[in-house]
Design a binder for this molecule. Structure first.
Ligand code: GLN
Length: 554
């Protein structure tokens, strides 16, 4: 909205404990303000020294969320994109690694003119400049929501907190606002909500010069008026600015809960925003659809990071969206890929309604995944492969349908006789690990009349990538002669992007990551298709079971 002359900033910090859902709270705020007609952007500041999470083990950091521009970012960016239904850019993830890298590069170039380079002001200035960049680049942004990773009290987030403190100090027109997210635990024994941790957390924040304007309190029980008054009194905010953040069954409900707490009104009032009334009818309808399913299906996910569900965050969300679209509750069945070879695929796959093989790196568990794909292919169970999932499907097909017994990916067997999946030529000389994969959005041309065409309803699509290996074109003809259909191609690079099998109820895989583009109100067609196929598969299976039972009885 052009009326809001200067970009406003909402800074979101967290206290007491980590994992309170700060990213989801920040994203919910963004969604509410967007629904009031404001143009919103978001930034996540991550205090770690890695330049980006691309080189981190998923067990450490969860999923790496890839943006259209190829930036490898924190998984909170996934929440931002899903709640805002917008595509962000690499400007939206700032890490200490990037900040120090920029400061050191400038120092080496003599950019500081002989000064001693220090955290204050040089590092903090760099942080401020990075936060301001979005508003400079996109002039029509009304509000930038900046989430500071970590918990107040951490040493490593101090420069970020100092930078936002300075931003507020330098702002004379009420263009900045601080929201602090804390925990209000409930003691079963005394039947009480405890406000002390919140008081301490706010105290720690005030010691570094930040006075929160609004407190969001995560709590297992509703905050009574008395509790809100008490927190307000001790933390120097009016009780109306103490917002409850109750556990929700579906994360997209949180925005609705915040609206019922009048949070969007408060923000509009505090920041003097000119905007229209809220309209979240469609959002509410979408959430209600997800919460009131008519069907239930069980979909297997066969991977090696299954002990940490955050490693598959966007996949879990994509299933929630696709479940809503199909009026189905999708129960995810986590299948350890390493155990498949040991116990046999039927142990895990005989009674699931569909299988998804997600992305992954390295050899561990790979043969189990290949066996799993073979099982669902030969038992007509619906299948969706993502990235490594596509590569496993090609390896299985080459081995069992094309007679290339030793087919493999050169990632796992560099000397294999049949490298049906191999390193792209431009990857061969790459030695640096960070940011060097095939990353970000690429166009894909779909073949008319294929399952991919039917699902997407389009012939030209764009999807996001994060991988080094590809289908080896030297084997394409052979695979196609044996019945595999390469239904999506990146034409400029002549690379296979989608494969499918026409003589199977639902068998499709993409070299990209569709889960990164699924949104609650725009679920991804491949996930919608898989869930729909799973519903059919379930009824087919149940009918077959009934038939068998009848035959036995008669
Ligand atoms: N390891 C495979 C590759 O680099 C697959 C990557 C992925 O699934 N994202 O090509």
């Amino acid at each position: 909205m052009a009326d809001n002359k200067k970009t406003k900033y909402i800074f979101v910090t967290g206290g007491v404990v980590s994992s309170l859902g700060k990213g989801i709270a920040a994203a919910s705020i963004g969604m509410l303000l967007k629904s009031r007609g404001l143009k919103i952007s978001m930034i996540k500041c991550d205090p770690y020294i890695n330049v980006d999470p691309g080189t981190m083990n998923p067990f450490q950091h969860g999923e790496v969320f890839v943006l259209d521009d190829g930036a490898e970012t924190d998984l909170d960016l996934g929440h931002y994109e899903r709640f805002l239904d917008t595509n962000l850019t690499r400007l939206s993830n700032v890490t200490s690694g990037q900040i120090y890298d920029a400061v050191i590069q400038r120092e080496r170039q003599g950019g500081y003119l002989g000064a001693t380079v220090q955290v204050i002001p040089h590092v903090t200035n760099e942080i401020k400049a990075r936060i301001a960049q979005i508003a400079e680049k996109y002039e029509d942004v009304d509000v930038v929501i900046v989430e500071i990773g970590g918990t107040v009290g951490d040493i490593e987030s101090l420069p970020f907190l100092e930078a936002i403190r300075q931003m507020a100090l330098e702002d004379e027109d009420h263009n900045t606002l601080f929201i602090h997210l804390t925990l209000v635990p409930y003691f079963e024994g005394s039947g009480e909500l405890k406000t002390k941790p919140t008081q301490h957390s706010v105290k720690a924040l005030r010691e570094i010069g930040i006075d929160p304007d609004i407190l969001i309190c995560r709590s297992p029980q509703p905050l009574t008026r008395e509790v809100k008054k008490k927190i307000g009194l001790f933390c120097n905010v009016p009780p109306e600015a103490v917002i409850q953040d109750l556990d929700v069954e579906n994360i997209y409900e949180l925005a609705i809960q915040f609206h019922l707490e009048l949070l969007d009104n408060l923000l509009v009032h505090y920041l003097k925003l000119l905007c229209k009334d809220l309209d979240i009818t469609q959002w509410t309808a979408t959430v209600n659809r997800m919460k009131n399913p008519e069907h239930q299906v069980r979909i297997g996910i066969c991977g090696k990071y299954i002990d940490l569900k955050d490693a598959y965050k966007s996949i879990i969300e994509a299933f929630l969206h696709a479940g809503g679209a199909n009026k189905a509750k999708v129960e995810l069945v986590w299948i350890p890929s390493e155990k498949i070879s040991e116990n046999g695929p039927e142990t895990y796959l005989a009674d699931i309604d569909a299988l998804l093989v997600p992305g992954g790196f390295g050899e561990r568990g790979i043969e189990g995944k290949i066996e799993a794909v073979n099982f669902v292919r030969t038992h007509n169970i619906p299948f969706l492969g993502i990235c490594l999932g596509l590569q496993c499907a090609v390896i299985d097909y080459a081995r069992t349908a094309c007679g290339l017994d030793e087919a493999n990916s050169s990632e796992f067997a560099p000397e294999t006789k049949h490298p049906v999946i191999h390193l792209m030529q431009e990857q061969e000389s790459v030695t640096r690990k960070g940011g060097t994969m095939r990353l970000g959005s690429y166009p894909c041309r779909i073949t008319r009349g294929t399952l991919a065409h039917k699902l997407y309803g389009a012939l030209n699509i764009n999807e996001r990538h994060r991988h080094r290996y590809e289908v080896n074109n030297e084997y394409r003809k052979k695979l196609e002669e044996c019945g595999l259909v390469c239904s999506g191609i990146y034409q400029e690079g002549n690379l296979v992007e989608i494969i499918e099998l026409p003589n199977h109820p639902f068998f499709i895989a993409g070299q990209f990551h569709p889960e990164l583009k699924s949104r609650p109100m725009r679920p991804h067609p491949l996930f919608v298709g898989l869930v729909a196929a799973a519903i059919i598969q379930k009824s087919v299976r149940e009918e077959a079971k009934e038939d068998i039972e009848k035959t036995i009885k008669s």
